[in-house]
Write a protein that binds this ligand. Structure first.
Ligand SMILES: Nc1ncnc2c1ncn2[C@@H]1O[C@H](COP(=O)(O)OP(=O)(O)OP(=O)(O)O)[C@@H](O)[C@H]1O
Length: 263
């Protein structure tokens, strides 16, 4: 029986399932010694390093004010930082911001879309930015709008959308350009259970197709079920990062999180 071995970046050999496709993993997101202070001296994140590989669904958890959104905003290139390095698919977000953004999608915790556009105008606007061919764009919009059950609302102004509908529109706008890296800040807040279920399925599908997902959440049950890797941050410092099994051991993720946060 042929065994498959995957050589990691550290040179360690990881044993895979027999017959599994053998290939080297790609670092879709590499954060190295990231440090960010705000005006007034608050050090929001201090020397944080982690790596997200293709195929990963990577959960980023921490208490309120821990530094998750600060890290996420730097990763997607909308916030500068003091020191360290952030690379998307091997490219520096500082040196090649456009190239990085071309292959990344970001959905903030509170999607602030253009209220004066209709849903379809917004999706076509995103389609233009990412140069998605017309036929492919129309097919993707139809597929995802049907899935999230907002096809009938696409002609309405975004100002008339509920919070959940805005989130669905933001998700569709992210999915139609097939990002290699999807970054989400609290993606499940405000979504109804059916939409949340669809998002989880889509996350698995994207990762099976070689993309990577990095997202923050306070919902530890979801993180435990969905993620293969987890990072825990407290007061701007990374406490633990790695595979779900390594981070939580035999305990529940909630127990480990509460123990670490209370230390
Ligand atoms: N614009 C800002 N100016 C000054 N301080 C800020 C700013 N944004 C965030 N902070 C501070 O940086 C720290 C990290 O905040 P951040 O928003 O990254 O936390 P978070 O983990 O995303 O929290 P939450 O779970 O509540 O969303 C906090 O102490 C916060 O008060």
């Amino acid at each position: 029986m042929t065994m498959c071995y995957d050589v990691t970046i550290t040179g360690r050999r990881k044993e895979g399932a027999p017959g599994e496709f053998c290939r080297r993993k790609t670092n879709m997101l590499k954060i190295k010694h990231f440090t960010k202070s705000y005006k007034g001296g608050t050090k929001a994140v201090d020397d944080l390093s982690l790596t997200v590989e293709d195929g990963d669904i990577y959960g980023f958890i921490g208490h309120n004010g821990a530094g998750k959104t600060t890290t996420i905003k730097a990763v997607v290139g909308i916030m500068d930082f003091d020191s360290g390095e952030i690379e998307i698919d091997g490219m520096s977000i500082r040196e090649k911001p456009i190239e990085c953004k071309r292959i990344t999608a970001y959905i903030p915790d509170n999607p602030d879309l253009y209220d004066s556009m209709t849903g379809i105008q917004y999706l076509n606007f995103i389609g233009d930015i990412f140069v998605i061919p017309k036929a492919e764009r129309e097919a993707s919009i139809k597929q995802y709008a049907d899935l999230f059950e907002i096809t009938a609302n696409l002609g309405d102004l975004i100002s008339s959308y509920s919070h959940g509908m805005k989130q669905k529109l933001a998700l569709i706008s992210a999915l139609i350009h097939k990002p290699k890296l999807l970054v989400l800040d609290e993606p499940f807040v405000g979504l109804d259970p059916k939409a949340a279920h669809i998002v989880k399925q889509l996350m698995h599908e994207m990762c099976a197709n070689g993309s990577a997902i990095f997202f923050s959440t306070h919902v530890l049950e979801v993180a435990e079920k969905l993620c293969n890797k987890i990072a825990i941050i407290k007061n701007g410092k990374l406490l633990r990062a790695g595979s779900l099994e390594d981070v939580k051991g035999d305990e529940s993720l909630e127990d480990v999180f509460l123990e670490l946060i209370d230390e």
